[in-house]
Unconditional design. Structure first.
Length: 202
């Protein structure tokens, strides 16, 4: 399925991109009401933003989100939860990740810029007031305590965790919870100027 214009897809509809199928923005920014499945979402031309969440539902997408000749960015809207797991693909788009509302959870670090930590910056990751960026702490491929602390420290006047946003931590693995210990305190980023919340998922 290939977009032929901005608005070719509907923010009022849910989309399932099944395994071995592809949704291509083709250089046109588009909004989806919800996204799930194990297929591929790509951008094959220019720069385009995929906006997901207008239906305010909770979904999980385990496929690929990637550049493919063009730069892809991701924006989460709506009050629901979108989980990205990369269990059946790679998540290595190079554009910005913006959480405007609701919760965007990266179940494992491979789902956040394919685990490339140099891309975990306040320029690339923006969490607005009232929104939550959540990180999974599973024992297999999850974010370590030090990685969670590093991401939580992201914050400037215009990027990272903005004031009023929240960091979510998910410690559920295969239906079982486990403990997570921080040896040092999580502090407000941007020299303490950005006041953020902390939320436990699961």
């Amino acid at each position: 399925m290939r977009a032929g214009s901005a608005g070719a897809f509907s923010a009022a509809s849910a989309y399932e991109v099944k395994s071995s199928t592809t949704l291509d923005l083709a250089g046109f920014s588009n909004s989806l009401g919800a996204l799930k499945g194990q297929g591929s979402v790509i951008n094959s031309n220019g720069a385009a933003t995929l906006t997901v969440g207008g239906l305010n539902t909770d979904t999980e997408f385990g496929g690929s989100l990637r550049d493919s000749g063009g730069m892809l960015s991701l924006t989460k809207t709506g009050s629901g939860l979108l989980k990205l797991s990369a269990g059946y693909g790679v998540v290595n788009y190079s554009g910005k990740t913006t959480v405007e509302a609701g919760t965007l959870e990266f179940i494992g670090k491979g789902a956040l810029y394919n685990g490339v930590t140099s891309k975990w910056t306040a320029d690339n990751i923006i969490v607005n007031s009232g929104a939550t960026l959540a990180l999974g702490n599973s024992r297999n491929g999850g974010f370590s305590v030090s990685e969670i602390q590093s991401i939580a420290s992201l914050g400037t006047a215009t990027g990272g965790f903005l004031s009023g946003s929240s960091l979510g931590i998910d410690v559920i693995e295969y239906g079982q919870s486990h403990s997570l210990t921080f040896d040092t305190a999580l502090v407000n980023p941007n020299g303490g100027n950005n006041t953020i919340g902390l939320t436990k998922l699961g």
